[in-house]
Ligand binder design. Structure first.
Ligand SMILES: [Zn+2]
Ligand SMILES: [Zn+2]
Length: 427
């Protein structure tokens, strides 16, 4: 094996304990908030039949066209590592009848996603997302609910509201969007000489994607393009107005952004995105929208739905940019030091009893000297060191050293867990 093969593949990253702890912190925060909103957990496979993404996300998108990890399995099936969560959750809801007879369901998920992209800050080939999906619900209150839940999540992980922007837009529906798409396609053809090749190509495949082009020349041309706002049917306009009014009612501040179209084909009506300060060009930390046609694309009954996904890597960058530290629990509240190798068994019994009593406790497993064990106790942040020496043990006791006050006392072995528990509790 060459040395390059013992490194993680390009675009992936190991979550070492500090980052892994941050991931667990944000997933626990998400669980606490989203369950309060009535969302239930779901885990879908990390890979799906390729068709799930091709049909759901759309052939003309960058994701399906360029970025999927697709391979043939040993049975000759085309399999793809999931590039996002929504398509899988909707596929699962259809497969298991979670929305039959008009019942709704509210789900949240978390886990890794995979896209073959050029790695850069906050953009990885294996990246981690948390998301929610609300299926079977058409009313604007659910649009407002998922937006409020997303904003509450970011607030709960500590990102200050004034460092975030919430952008919203409506993409219309199957009644008003086709004519609008055609208008945008014509506009692109008329302005082809001032647009990049990619955008000109988009006129034929996915014209609304031209609004997403990062090329400054394209952005300036597209700022003059026709607006859906002026083409929206009455129902879409009423839905959009209701969502905005609901957000106003609960004091959620947003900005309308007519260029916000999100990259995926399946969106209808409400779309939204949250951007954070201090992340440069890749500043979107979460976003989503409504996808009322997606279930039908999989052959199900027409079923409205919407959701969002938030990216862990960029959320973590935003948290760091805002100076937020993830709380670090002490690795050991109590360290059990053994004076001599022959009492290691007694020390092990003590540390086990402490852990059973709910105390974070640790001991040495590397044959350290007593002095080195004290150093280790210090490094682990232990408040007390239990010294297990042959003499004390013979008397059925251990010595407890309070590391802050450097005072020592003898405690009966049988009382050690209770005694330490109460001393830790008192401080
Ligand atoms: Zn362009
Ligand atoms: Zn419409």
């Amino acid at each position: 094996m060459s040395s390059s093969n013992v490194r993680a593949p390009k675009g992936t990253a190991d979550m070492l304990p500090e980052v892994a702890r941050a991931w667990e912190h944000v997933t626990r925060t998400a669980e606490a908030i989203f369950s309060r909103y009535g969302y239930q957990p779901i885990y879908t496979p990390i890979f799906e039949h390729t068709d799930v993404f091709v049909r759901g996300i759309g052939e003309a998108t960058d994701i399906v066209g360029k970025e999927m990890y697709t391979f043939e399995d040993k049975g000759g099936r085309s399999i793809t590592l999931r590039p996002e969560g929504t398509a899988s959750v909707v596929r699962a809801a259809l497969e298991h009848g979670l929305t039959v007879n008009g019942q709704g369901c509210k789900l949240y998920y978390s886990g890794p996603m995979f896209r073959y992209e050029r790695p850069q800050a906050g953009r990885m080939r294996q990246f981690w997302q948390i998301g929610v999906e609300a299926l079977g619900m058409a009313e604007p209150t659910i649009d407002a609910e998922v937006i409020v839940a997303l904003m509450e999540f970011f607030a709960a992980v500590g990102i200050p509201r004034d460092r975030m922007r919430l952008l919203i837009n409506s993409m219309g529906d199957e009644r008003c969007r086709p004519a609008y798409r055609e208008k945008v396609a014509s506009f692109i053809r008329e302005n082809a000489s001032d647009l990049c090749e990619e955008c000109v190509r988009r006129a034929e495949t996915n014209p609304l994607r031209a609004f997403d082009c990062k090329n400054p020349g394209c952005a300036s041309v597209m700022s003059r393009a026709p607006l859906l706002r002026d083409e929206m049917c009455d129902d879409c306009a009423a839905h959009y107005a209701a969502v905005k009014s609901l957000l106003d009612d609960v004091g959620v501040i947003y900005e309308e952004d007519t260029s916000l179209v999100r990259g995926l084909d399946y969106y209808t009506r409400t779309v939204f995105e949250v951007q954070a300060e201090g992340l440069g060009a890749q500043n979107a930390i979460g976003g989503g929208g409504r996808y009322d046609r997606l279930m039908e694309m999989y052959g199900g009954q027409p079923t409205p739905g919407l959701g969002f996904a938030l990216g862990f890597e960029r959320t973590l960058l935003a948290m760091r940019a805002a100076g937020i530290d993830v709380p670090v629990p002490p690795s050991a509240e109590v360290f059990v030091a053994r004076v001599a190798p022959e009492v290691a068994g007694d020390a092990f019994a003590v540390v086990t009893r402490l852990r059973e009593a709910g105390i974070a406790a640790d001991m040495d497993h590397q044959g350290r000297s007593l002095k080195a064990q004290f150093k280790l106790a210090d490094r682990l942040g232990a408040r007390f060191v239990v010294i297990a020496g042959p003499d004390e043990l013979a008397a059925g006791q251990v010595t407890v050293r309070d590391m802050a006050s450097a005072t020592e006392s003898r405690v009966a072995l049988a009382d050690a867990a209770r005694e330490l528990g109460s001393r830790l509790h008192d401080r």
